[in-house]
Design a binder for this molecule. Structure first.
Ligand code: DGL
Length: 275
């Protein structure tokens, strides 16, 4: 029988933090995960480049039989999703769906804040796109959204330095910078796939009582809700509970890192993408 899995995409390993929550809430579906490690990180790349790379990966998922693809990468969600949904899908695959991580998070973030001031921490690309500010204010116009790019955090996690003193330095530095330009924040959104691995250190340098919100559980709940409402997509999905992992770069390297992000042993296969 042909497999019709849910595709989960990230520029690299980080999306595994989101995939982990999805697979634990919805274990019945088949999944394939693709990390575009050969071209990661996406965080500092232009709109055009992120769109071109992400679209190439989305087309690969479609060839693999996925009716639905989740962009678990914030940068890809911020810089490529809208163009893919509005321009590419009607042309290349009108019956397939691609969803991101920004909207589900924006829809719910207002429920965490009492003070009405929220900080969004992400890559330069995510912050400069203003996507979170725009989406959050669509749902919660009264909320003040402060944004802070934390460009050193992804490399610290990528290189396995997220428990080091260097990580303490850069966590404190960006949080101090955030607080010097913002007041009354009671909620911090980790709007990057890698940041949940720094959550303990982030907590250490924040005043007591601030909510730290990771996206995995939010995106998983939102996907469950989407599938309940879109039976035309849900009915196409195969349900044998399988999980397959692919990377555009070295598989041994992927497997080593992936187990940290995913919390269990991962065995990946190589996929060659042009471009
Ligand atoms: N996955 C990216 C994100 O969530 C972080 C890594 C990258 O810059 O590619 O924004």
């Amino acid at each position: 029988m042909a497999s019709h899995p849910i595709g989960v995409f990230d520029s690299g390993y980080g999306g595994l933090t989101v995939f982990k929550s999805i697979a634990s809430l919805l274990p019945q579906y088949d999944y394939i995960y693709l990390g575009d490690n050969a071209r990661a990180p996406y965080g500092n790349r232009s709109f055009d480049t992120v769109h071109q790379y992400t679209l190439g990966c989305v087309e690969w998922f479609f060839k693999m039989g996925c009716p639905l693809v989740i962009l678990a990468c914030n940068t890809a969600s911020a810089k490529a999703l809208r163009t893919i949904q509005q321009q590419d899908l009607p042309r290349i695959a009108p019956d397939k769906r691609v969803l991101g991580v920004i909207r589900p998070t924006a829809e719910i973030i207002g429920k965490y804040t009492q003070s009405g001031s929220v900080a969004v921490l992400g890559t330069k690309g995510t912050v400069n796109s203003d996507s979170y500010k725009l989406e959050i204010n669509k749902f919660f116009p009264e909320i003040n959204v402060y944004q802070k790019a934390c460009p050193m955090w992804v490399p610290l996690v990528e290189y396995g330095e997220y428990q080091s003193e260097g990580a303490d330095y850069f966590v404190k530095k960006y949080l101090d910078e955030l607080h010097s330009g913002a007041t009354n924040i009671d909620t911090i959104l980790l709007a990057c796939t890698h940041y949940p691995l720094l959550a303990d250190k982030i907590k250490k340098y924040l005043p007591h009582g601030i909510n730290i919100v990771s996206q995995g559980p939010i995106v998983a709940d939102s996907l469950a809700d989407y599938l309940a409402r879109h039976t035309e997509i849900e009915h196409q999905l195969t349900k044998t509970g399988s999980k397959h992992f692919y990377t555009t770069d070295d598989t041994a390297d992927f497997d080593n890192h992936a187990s940290v992000f995913f919390g269990e042993k991962v065995q990946s296969e190589y996929v060659h993408l042009k471009g």
